[in-house]
Write a protein that binds this ligand. Structure first.
Ligand code: HPA
Length: 270
């Protein structure tokens, strides 16, 4: 596995004109954010050795390099989901490669179902913490020397980054929520009883991604900022049927606000 990571990183490095320190994973329906990037290089996943290929509708599947708000970035347009059949090692492979490429900051985004009764469809939630409800931890198996065998997760989402986003959102006059994201294997949306259970657990939003990537990023010492776009509501006594199309639509509607916040964050990135 380590040889594969190095091979992939070497291939990507050979195509780069700069060495970005910040990466963004564009989640469901957030692919349009890619159009705001001043792109200098673009590599389809299919051309990258050892990269799994994204299959889900709405995920383009390419790496983008360029600048956003004047900051060099690497963007993953399309991610690998556990529900697509990838192993946890495959889902998190790009994060391992990012580490090899020298990435220090990671911005993750996703579409999620809101369970906090104060949330509305279209809200942007800054992830303050997560609950791992996947059946497998991506760190299971021989430990990688990037971090300890039993890594701390007490601050998986960087507190300084959260304060910067709070201030950025205030400056821009964009309302944001804060909350705990619970990551599940999917691909089923939750039953009413499951939404209720997750709410009792202390989660504010639920989705099918992000947690594995964040665990690996934290293990690698990469600082993480996470956003969920609330695309549907599954709160107590408030379970409405949800479809993939609705999720995409709601995520699309929130994209200009998400982009503005991310750009403002990048401008003040320490
Ligand atoms: N549950 C799980 N994943 C999701 C949801 C949801 O309600 N909405 C968007 N992704």
């Amino acid at each position: 596995m380590y040889e594969k990571i190095q091979e992939t990183a070497a291939f990507i490095r050979g195509r780069l004109k700069s060495s970005p320190k910040t990466a963004i994973i564009l989640g469901s329906g957030l692919g349009n954010l890619a159009s705001y990037i001043d792109t200098t290089a673009e590599i389809p996943y299919s051309e990258i050795p050892n990269m799994p290929i994204s299959t889900v509708e709405g995920h383009a599947g390419k790496l983008l390099f360029g600048t956003l708000a004047g900051v060099d970035i690497l963007a993953m347009d399309g991610r690998f989901h556990y529900y697509e059949g990838y192993s946890m090692k495959e889902v998190t492979f790009p994060i391992r490669v990012m580490y090899e490429l020298g990435i220090k900051n990671l911005i993750v985004s996703n579409a999620a179902g809101g369970m906090n009764p104060d949330f509305s469809v279209g809200d942007i939630m800054v992830i303050t913490d997560h609950i791992n409800s996947f059946p497998e931890n991506p760190l299971r198996g021989k430990n990688f020397p990037t971090g300890p065998r039993f890594p701390s997760m007490h601050e998986a989402y960087d507190r300084q980054f959260i304060s910067i986003v709070d201030e950025a959102a205030k400056r821009l006059g964009i309302a944001i929520q804060h909350g705990v994201y619970v990551g599940t294997a999917g691909p089923c949306f939750e039953t009413p009883a499951e939404y209720r259970m997750f709410r009792f657990w202390g989660a504010d939003a639920v989705g099918m991604s992000t947690v594995p990537e964040v665990i690996i990023a934290v293990h690698c010492g990469i600082r993480v900022l996470g956003f969920s776009i609330i695309t549907d509501l599954g709160g107590y006594d408030n379970v409405v049927e949800v479809s993939h199309e609705e999720v995409q639509q709601a995520a699309n509607a929130a994209q200009p606000r998400m982009t503005a916040i991310i750009k403002e964050f990048l401008k003040t990135l320490p």
